[in-house]
Write a protein that binds this ligand. Structure first.
Ligand SMILES: Cc1ncc(COP(=O)(O)O)c(C=O)c1O
Length: 432
């Protein structure tokens, strides 16, 4: 029995089945864009710990910052005693992501926690309760975040869910575009929102609209620019908080620090995590100062948020990202991947759509060229083929039929092409 098989056996014995297995691989160590498995096999990593290691696995300056901070102070709770690294990180985040004239930041432990707090803040800021979210959205697995999440496979049996949450159709051009131009499609969906305020919930009752500028788990679905700009106007008109969830799309993934920078839209509140700390559990909520300050004391916070070691990791990660120009790397990885995916689409009719922004790229597998016939089976076989041939890759999409790339952005062109070759050969073998 291999070491990997032993690990998976022990996992089955001691760990609940409910924690999903997205890939059959194991991991003993990781550096750059390579994971070494429990049997010393080197794997190219196209999953990046689910979009967490944009700056690569174990960047040396981040490892050093973690070690130095751990030897000084691991924890004292920011609620109990204020400390410098929290402020240093908050200040840096405000400089990178200004939300209007004055911006404030609260640190969290994860993406879901960022989303939970963003909703609490929006409700206190507006004195309203309703929250609008979208089909195929993913916002996390805590109770409010799970309520906002669309895919039923992530939530069946976990209800009752949070009340006063309303869901709109995501402007999904691949499935529902019907030959409309992107702007026409955006206008149609903005009109739908207008109707929604008459048929589902009054605009004056809505605290927040939360949306991912590029849906990650949903399958790299890009919001039409005109739609996001239209949402900004609607939110301004009715005093609704626009919350942009950048947990997966932030920190260089799309070729910019924030995906919303592509759209010329500034949110009232935004949520972050994943690549911010190179794998240390840290996230944040960023918002306009007056919005963030509308919260009653102790309604937000917790024991661990802004843990000093995580803060040190995030400060070092951002500094390192600036040094290596993470956004240029995101753009480069994205251009190469898009080009290769488009070429694969010409060869394999099973690829129904290639889409994404920057290096947040994906392709969707369908049967008979039909967007409404998702091919999760081929997707599963492809992931297994890749794992057997030295590439870790994960799926996405509410139907599990989307292959997405979340590789470290520090990946060399050679390894990127090698990984893409493994995918292409897999498609050849599986589809014939
Ligand atoms: C857009 C988005 N929001 C929130 C989350 C939840 O983050 P976490 O898993 O850190 O709770 C995710 C995770 O994939 C995400 O992609």
């Amino acid at each position: 029995m291999t070491n990997s098989q032993k690990i998976l056996d022990r996992r089955r014995q001691f760990v609940p089945n409910g924690i999903g297995i997205f890939n059959p691989s194991t991991a003993a160590s990781a550096t750059g864009c390579i994971i070494t498995d429990a049997d010393e096999k080197e794997m190219i990593d196209f999953a990046g710990g689910i979009g967490v290691v944009n700056a690569g696995h174990c960047p040396p300056p981040v490892v050093q910052a973690i070690a130095e901070q751990a030897s000084k102070m691991i924890h004292c709770s920011f609620n109990v005693a204020s400390y410098e690294v929290y402020m240093e990180l908050a200040e840096k985040l405000v400089a990178l992501f200004p939300h209007g004239e004055r911006t404030k930041v609260m640190l969290t432990n994860s993406g879901a926690e960022s989303v939970e707090n963003a909703i609490k803040i929006a409700r206190q800021a507006t004195g309203r309760q309703a929250v609008i979210c979208y089909d195929s959205a993913f916002h996390g697995r805590s109770m409010m975040a799970m309520t906002l999440t669309s895919k039923v496979g992530y939530k069946t049996g976990c209800g009752p869910f949070a009340p006063e949450v309303y869901r709109l159709a995501f402007p999904d051009k691949y499935r529902y575009g019907n030959g409309m131009s992107e702007d026409e499609f955006a206008d149609f969906h903005l009109q739908e929102l207008d109707n929604f305020f008459n048929t589902n919930v009054a605009a004056t009752q809505v605290a927040a609209i939360i949306i991912e500028p590029v849906q990650g788990e949903g399958g790299s679905n890009l919001v039409p620019a005109k739609y996001l700009q239209g949402l900004r106007k609607v939110c301004n008109q009715f005093g609704i908080m626009l919350i942009l969830d950048e947990v997966q799309s932030g920190f260089g993934r799309t070729g910019k620090w924030a995906a919303y920078d592509h759209f010329g839209v500034t949110p009232d509140i935004s949520t972050w995590a994943k690549s911010m700390g190179s794998g240390m559990p840290i996230g944040c909520v960023i918002g306009k100062a007056e919005v963030m300050d509308s919260c009653q004391p102790s309604t937000i916070g917790g024991t661990y948020p802004g843990n000093p070691v995580c803060c040190a990791a995030a400060i070092a990660t951002i500094k390192y990202m600036e040094e290596i120009d993470i956004n240029a790397l995101g753009e480069k990885v994205g251009t190469i991947t898009r080009d290769r995916f488009n070429k694969m689409k010409e060869k394999f009719s099973a690829i129904g759509d290639v889409r994404g922004l920057g290096a947040m790229m994906a392709f969707e597998l369908v049967k008979n060229n039909d967007p409404f016939q998702p091919d999760a089976d081929t997707c599963k076989k492809l992931i297994a083929h890749c794992a057997a041939n030295g590439l870790i890759v994960i799926n996405a999409g509410v139907n599990g039929n989307v292959i997405r790339i979340l590789s470290p952005l520090v990946i060399s062109e050679e390894l990127l092409h090698k990984g893409l070759d493994i995918i292409e050969n897999g498609l050849k073998q599986i589809l014939g």
